[in-house]
Write a protein that binds this ligand. Structure first.
Ligand SMILES: Nc1ncnc2c1ncn2[C@@H]1O[C@H](COP(=O)(O)OP(=O)(O)OP(=O)(O)O)[C@@H](O)[C@H]1O
Ligand SMILES: [Mg+2]
Length: 423
């Protein structure tokens, strides 16, 4: 996609928005670590389990430099070798020199030590060591260092992926994904693409009053051909800042796609759009699991009932276990106070799942019904409602950006005063 297109990076007021350089996934490299102390081993294991290292092949063993030398006397060295030394000063340098004898010249080396020794650091840099880190290691810092070694600092920025998933069918996950995506695009002025992965039943076209399109299905069927030019053809431009990778929403078609195609599509979209909102269907397959685990942020939408509670708890536990270095997902309790429906109290819900809801949204059939029937967003139908305000808050939470006063649409009076002052 050309940079001037509506969804292109740098095309709007979204300067600097996207995944931070150190948040970028590390490429498919092999990493072998030999540590001396259990705390270093634990930090390395925690880093190895991180989503940003999901493509890398990491092995961690004990024994420090001695074990590394013995192992690599007989085996080739990996792309990156991380070794811990318990020694200091000259003795440490001598030990590391023995490692150099068995190390392939293309292998990068990170040394972990226990002391902050500037002389040792300089000596190691002179010998071509990539980095010297002082234990205890922080897993996120280690990932940042590894990313820095393998990613070109000149590389183009990539977008931030926020995935919306429902704890049950029909809880309002797609509605919120679309409303939040619209708010990010129109109020925060960050170029955004909403990807509707609900191929047979997706509602993105309906909700934005656009014709259904084969967009996401075509992208998934030929990921090898998908580049920014083809993607641009498949996108529906809803507004200057908002694009849709819409679903066909027909049942008379086979949507089977390779597991890897979903990742390839998201990689292409995030290479061209600073903010990517994924509208996940309510199904559970290996690709859904992987797409969820690799997202930069996740919003779980649930209703206050037993089915939602059980699934939210298993989502939260799964994410906690597989994303050890990420904050927990955001929880939205939706359709609260539905008339005549017995509900689980919010306090009990949040205590059971272990996270407090970021938002609680009431059941408002009139508001959502009119929005859906008009193909409009809640903020367009009732810009000053409490629900519009909540959607704005969620958009701010997932982007870390604040809507400017004039964009909130609540201060025409103040802008009038401003005009007077300067007049
Ligand atoms: N707070 C609410 N009050 C009233 N109606 C709502 C509310 N939130 C969503 N809805 C309505 O609920 C219906 C289902 O919403 P939506 O399609 O977004 O759910 P979903 O979780 O994506 O469902 P699916 O499992 O089919 O993907 C829609 O008609 C929507 O307008
Ligand atoms: Mg949906």
């Amino acid at each position: 996609m050309a940079k001037s297109t509506p969804s292109g990076l740098g095309g709007g007021g979204d300067a600097g928005f996207g995944a931070a350089p150190h948040e970028r996934p590390v490429p498919r490299i092999s990493i072998q670590a030999f540590c001396e102390f259990p705390d270093t081993g634990a930090a390395l294991q925690r880093a190895a389990a991180d989503r940003r290292l999901a493509k890398a092949h990491v092995t961690v063993q004990l024994g420090g430099i001695q074990a590394a030398v013995e192992h690599h006397a007989a085996n080739p060295t990996p792309n990156l070798l991380i070794v811990e030394t318990r020694l200091q000063g000259k003795t440490a340098v001598d030990e590391i020199d023995r490692l150099a004898d068995v190390c392939d010249p293309a292998t990068k080396v990170i040394i972990v030590g226990r002391v902050n020794d500037v002389e040792l650091y300089r000596e190691l840099m002179r010998r071509g060591v990539s980095e010297y880190l002082v234990a205890p290691l922080n897993p996120l810092h280690l990932i940042e260092v590894i990313s820095g070694l393998y990613l070109n600092p000149e590389a183009a920025p990539i977008g931030r992926v926020v995935t919306f998933v429902g704890a049950r069918g029909g809880v309002g996950s797609s509605t919120l994904a679309h409303n939040v995506g619209w708010c990010i695009a129109e109020r925060l002025k960050i170029n955004t693409t909403i990807v509707d992965f609900d191929m047979p039943f997706g509602t993105v076209g309906l909700n934005f009053n656009e014709e259904p399109s084969q967009g996401v299905a075509d992208a998934l069927s030929s990921p090898e051909r998908l580049d920014d030019v083809l993607l641009d053809r498949l996108l529906v431009k809803s507004t200057d800042h908002l694009s849709l990778l819409a679903s066909p929403a027909i049942v008379d078609r086979n949507y089977e796609a390779e597991h890897s195609s979903y990742e390839a599509v998201l990689d292409t979209v995030r290479a061209t759009t600073p903010c990517v909102i994924v509208d996940m269907p309510h199904i559970w397959t290996p690709w859904v699991r992987d797409a969820l685990l690799s997202s930069d942020d996740i919003v779980i939408v649930a209703t206050p009932d037993l089915g939602s509670l059980r699934t939210t708890k298993s989502f939260v536990d799964l994410l906690k276990q597989n994303r050890p270095n990420d904050p927990p997902p955001k929880l939205v309790l939706n359709q609260v106070n539905t008339p005549k429906r017995p509900e689980i109290p919010i306090k009990d819900f949040s205590e059971t799942v272990g996270i407090a809801p970021s938002l609680v949204l009431p059941f408002e059939p009139q508001l959502y019904g009119s929005a859906a029937n008009n193909g409009q967003m809640v903020m367009e139908v009732q810009p000053r409602s409490a629900t519009a305000e909540s959607i704005r808050q969620l958009a701010e939470m997932v982007t870390g950006r604040a809507v400017q006063a004039e964009e909130k649409g609540v201060l025409p009076f103040l802008s009038f005063l401003k005009g007077k002052k300067t007049a």
